[in-house]
Design a binder for this molecule. Sequence first.
Ligand SMILES: [Fe+2]
Ligand SMILES: [Fe+2]
Length: 183
Amino acid sequence: MANRLITFAGGASLGFIASRILPPLVSQTVASWNTARGHDPFQYLAEDHDRFRRLLAEMEESRGKGTFHRTQLLARLKRGLAAHAMAEEDVIYPLIHDEVGAEVAAERLYSEHGMIKTHLYALERTMGDEVAWLDRAAALRRLLDAHARQEEEVEFPRLRGLLDHDALARTARHIRREKAMML
Ligand SMILES: [Fe+2]
Ligand SMILES: [Fe+2]
């Protein structure tokens, strides 16, 4: 499985991770509190999707606003996607693979994360070319929207249906822990 895990955090240094030790502890406390209230772990991920959709819409509407503005939007998207992808790849997709038994679906989701990463790299490289950058942002929006809809409408519901209350709470804690490593 390890060789299939694809994250958006390739360049994360140990120093960076160490500097984030305190926020994860705080985040885990919040996660415990939320799961104690029965918060649906899949709702966290769906809320991320909505944030990414809004950011990508902003990116597509950034014509004439300059490279500094575009750089900031891209940085926000990459940061959010890094945490989101790590949570899905380390917690959710293995469950889809092992518990749901949907090996092909899990492989496809991992693969699409790789394609998303390719688009992010291209967006960095084309920062100075507004037309190419906007085209790439539109392509990423289409890919990410289709990927997120597949998760929200098919993969998450069928996994949720197999998890009891304790497993849902445990999954929520694991998602928070993985995301806290990146935020
Ligand atoms: Fe995903
Ligand atoms: Fe997702």
